[in-house]
Design a protein around this ligand. Sequence first.
Ligand SMILES: Nc1ncnc2c1ncn2[C@@H]1O[C@H](COP(=O)(O)OP(=O)(O)OP(=O)(O)O)[C@@H](O)[C@H]1O
Ligand SMILES: [Mg+2]
Length: 330
Amino acid sequence: MTDAEALLAVRNVTKAFAIRGGLFKTRIGEMRAVDDVSLTIPAGTSYGLVGESGSGKTTLGKVILRLVEPTTGQILFEGKDLCQLTGDELQLQRAGMQMVFQNPYSSLDPRQSVKSTVAEPLVIFGRARGKELDDRVRSLIATVGLRDEHLYRFPHEFSGGQRQRIGIARALALEPKLLVLDEPTSALDVSVQSQILNLLLDLQQRLGLTYLFISHDLAVIRYVCDRVGVMYLGRIVEEAAVEELFARPQHPYTRSLLSAIPEPDPDHRFQPVEVNGEIGRLALDDRGCRFAPRCPFVMDRCRQIDPALEATGSAHLVACHLYSDGAVSN
Ligand SMILES: Nc1ncnc2c1ncn2[C@@H]1O[C@H](COP(=O)(O)OP(=O)(O)OP(=O)(O)O)[C@@H](O)[C@H]1O
Ligand SMILES: [Mg+2]
C-alpha cells in the first residue's frame, strides 16, 4: 500500500517537549514523548495503540490532528502532508479528522445543551443553519442512540455512557473520515463500556469510518481493532494484526502486557513475562533499547544499540535484539 492509498500515514514523527527545572523553570533538557514513529492506517480499518501511562499515546493522537505540532516528521492524510497545508485547505482536512476524549465528564461544556454541543462544529464551519441544522443535529443524536427529548438537556443530566454518546455525536458532526478515540471507554463501567464499543463498531460499518483507537486495555483493542501497535516510551516496539499479536507476541514488553491480562486465552502459547519497575523517562543521551532497564532478557548489545522496528513475519514488526538475528523464538 502506498502512502496515497492509506487514509492516514504517519512518517517518522517525533514530538519533543522541554524539560524544565530549578527555581525559574529554565530549560534543562528535552524529552521525546513521541520518537520517530511511523504507522499506516488503511481506510475503513481500526488501528489500536496500546501502552502504559506516559508512553506517548495521547501526544501521538494530538500530533496527528495537529492539536500539537510535531517536532519533525510527516502526517499524510489522503496522501496530503498536513504540515504543509494552511488556511482553508487545513481547515477542510481538519474537519475530516476528529477526536473523542477519555473523560465524558470533563470533555463536554456543562453550560451547553446537547443540541448546542452537537450543533457547534456545524455552526463554526458554516455547514448548516436553521431547519437544516436542526434536522442534522436530530439525525446525529439518533445515530448515537439518543432521543429527541435529550436535545435540550445539559451534560450533568446524563450518565457517563450517554455523555460519551454526546461526545461521539459531536465528533461525527462534520462527517469526518478518521476518528482518534483516546481511551473512549476507560472512564465507564464495564457494562456501559461494551455498549459504547458496540456503538463504535456499528458506526464504523455504517459510515465507513477509520479509527485510531488508543487504550491501555488489550482486551478492548482486540475487540475493536484490526491492527495494533505497542508503544513504549515514545516508540512503537511491536506492530501486527490483532490476532497475530495475541497468538505470537514477540517483544518482552508486549508479552508482559499480555501476561498481565487476568484471564489469558486458554490456548495462548507464549511464555509469560513479568517485568518490574515503572516506565522511566528517556534522556536525550540514552543509548540502547529503552526497555532494557526493565527487560528480563537484557543482553549487552541491548544497552548499546537501539533496535530498529523490523519484520519478523509477514506484516509483524518488532524492535528487539532477541529477534534481530532470528536466533530466539518465544
Ligand atoms: N505539554 C506537555 N509538556 C511536557 N511534557 C508533556 C506534555 N504532554 C505530554 N508530556 C509528556 O509526554 C509523555 C507522554 O505523555 P502522553 O500523555 O502522550 O502519554 P499517554 O501514553 O497518553 O499516557 P496515559 O495512558 O496516562 O494517557 C509523558 O511523559 C508526559 O509527561
Ligand atoms: Mg493519554
